[in-house]
Design a protein around this ligand. Sequence first.
Ligand SMILES: [Zn+2]
Length: 295
Amino acid sequence: MSLQRINAMTVDVEDYFHVSAFENVIQPSDWSSCKPTVDYNTRRLLDLFDQYETKATFFILGWVAEAFPQLIQEIANKGHEVASHGSNHRRASTQSRDELSTDISRSIDILEQSSGQKILGYRAPSFSIGKKNEWAFELLAELGFMYSSSTYPIEHDLYGTPEWPRFVYQRPEGIIEIPIPTLHSQGKNTGIGGGGYFRLYPYFLSKLRIDKYLKEERQPYSFYFHPWEIDPKQPRVNGASLKSRIRHYINLSRMERKIERLLQDYNWSTMQDVYLIEDRIKPDLVQKNILSNEA
Ligand SMILES: [Zn+2]
């Protein structure tokens, strides 16, 4: 490993039956009858992170914490950051303020109880904060969050805020927003933060894109993925569209090795380590980005 910038490693802790791509075929009332894989797969990730002495931020679904409180305790005991991914994996953009408030509060309670940590970070399911529900940031501030990573400044059929800032910045509501990383060329942003594209592309291509970002933008990079992505043997979901199935199942068998290579090739830590210091925002980083985002 070289002495280079530290980047943020993040895991959205949910099971294969929670994902937005399957929301039309599996209802929340069906979740308890699905065979869970999240406990086993997250423990495999904990071992992998141990092997490379890596700390990460886990954005955990309240539903998972209620089903597997010991898992959350173990994540915290190993020195990782516990953060919230809401409770029921409903997109923030499809909920009223009261519904979203109830959903997130419930996750905070169970996550703080099981981890013993104060929950400072939130990631909306499917990066679902945008122009139409900008009020969500005010709610996050009221609920005691310090930062969010809920926006993806790209054009996408399911999410995206291409006109919003690409780098970490402070919202007027006081929340530090950490957008998912993108490359910008010919007037268009392309996502490079993880997810389906990371599974689709060969590793060298993803690495090229990450290196380009680090070199040209001089910003910390953050990566996201899910425990089910390292599990090619997960139960198959029937009835979903071809597009959803391709998105979900492509290259699952190659993912674990790719994650391992990321851990070998870059320095990683938690969102708090990378973007905040001792409960105080890194002023240089955020200030610089307010300026560069406006430019
Ligand atoms: Zn999610």
